[in-house]
Design a protein around this ligand. Structure first.
Ligand code: NAD
Length: 332
């Protein structure tokens, strides 16, 4: 079989760069497109990077001219900060929805009609503390999450009309870094729970658990922390099996990408203590407005359709996140 080639938008962001590494390791060629808004240029080292906006059709045409053999686009580029999306929804709908549509049209016009989309578990209601499959109730809780849901519907409609074929991967909560530490989070102080634990640890202050009266096994909120390398490998499987997954008779698929296991905040703290071999003091406070019990992924479809399941533990994710944070400090 000819070597596959994929275009990765947002290819120097946290997830896009890790997906790129996993593709390269699997013998898939990558071409990256990124506007540098949050991406880290060092993540393109040794890789082909086009700098510009996803909706720059001239640039898309240049990419297609120079790489007529691109089989598929992995669309990771987006603005992703939930509170910012609440403050600036028009900008979020512009970048995540409007420009995505322009990009999809531009690529389809050049024959790039296979689309693998970075969707999010944030579109689910996610308030049960239990498992959610792909048919669980949808209730995006922010403009950011809504952009993901709107794009899913656009992909579904465009696929039904034969304009494209598409697979939306609904990511749960990615943590960690490439185990070889080629890439990781660009942000040294991420706002997710693990990021806050790491910051508290670095500052030698207790970590604050917000909400301890959820209907979970220990009362703290629950998430499905998926190691970003496992997440990247799900993309490799989706690229390699794309034509069997999104067929002409079923041209649009959604697939949860998580571990299938919920981990509570207290359990995450315990994992952190196991990895660092140090006690992590905590303080407990009331829930914050907008918090949810959370949910974990039911992952049968990923196993059936992609032949993929996550392999790495939360401890692995914590270990790689810490190792990456140290490397990031040394990179400056
Ligand atoms: N990180 C998570 O927890 C998470 C969870 C679920 C889904 N996702 C989705 O995964 C994708 C990647 O997220 P991430 O965590 O890697 O974020 P990120 O900010 O690290 O990466 C996004 C990349 O897209 C680029 N970009 C943004 N707007 C662009 C534009 N208009 N044109 C070209 N490039 C542009 C940025 O420079 C950046 O490199 C996003 O679509 C996000 O919604 C992320």
């Amino acid at each position: 079989m000819a070597r596959m080639k994929v275009l990765i938008t947002g290819g120097i962001g946290y997830i896009g760069s890790t997906v790129a590494s996993a593709c390269i390791d699997a013998g898939i060629e990558v071409v990256l497109l990124d506007d540098l808004s949050t991406g880290r240029v060092g993540f393109a080292e040794g890789r082909t990077l086009y700098i510009g906006d996803i909706a720059d059709v001239d640039l898309l045409n240049r990419i297609a001219d120079e790489h007529p053999d691109i089989d598929l686009v992995i669309h990771c580029a987006a603005r992703i900060v939930v509170p910012e999306s609440v403050a600036e929804p028009l900008s979020y709908y512009d970048v995540n929805v409007g420009r995505t549509v322009t990009m999809l049209r531009g690529l389809a016009a050049r024959g790039i009609r296979r689309v693998l989309f970075s969707s999010s578990a944030a579109i689910y209601r996610g308030d049960s503390g239990g498992g959610v499959d792909e048919n669980a109730p949808i209730a995006p809780g922010s403009p950011y999450a809504n952009t993901k849901w709107i794009i899913e519907q656009i992909l579904r409609d465009a696929a039904a009309a034969g304009e494209i074929r598409a697979v939306a991967l609904r990511y749960f909560n990615p943590i960690g870094a490439d185990p070889r530490l080629r890439t990781g989070l660009q942000n040294p102080t991420p706002s997710h729970a693990l990021g806050k634990i790491m910051t508290a640890h670095a500052d030698s202050v207790p970590f604050t658990i917000t909400g301890t009266d959820w209907k979970t096994r220990d009362g703290s909120g629950l998430r499905d922390y998926i190691h970003v390398w496992d997440l990247a490998l799900a993309h490799v499987a989706a690229v390699q099996r794309f034509d069997d997954v999104a067929t002409s008779s079923a041209p649009y698929q959604v697939i949860n990408v998580g571990t299938g296991d919920g981990v509570t905040v207290r359990e995450l703290v315990a994992a952190f203590e196991r990895v660092t071999k140090e006690p992590m003091p905590v303080v407990e406070v009331e829930r914050r407005p907008g918090d949810q019990a959370g949910a974990y992924a039911i992952v049968d479809r990923a196993a059936d359709v992609l032949g993929w399941s996550s392999q790495r533990s939360v401890d692995d994710g914590v270990r790689d996140a810490l190792a990456w944070a140290e490397k990031l400090r040394s990179l400056g």
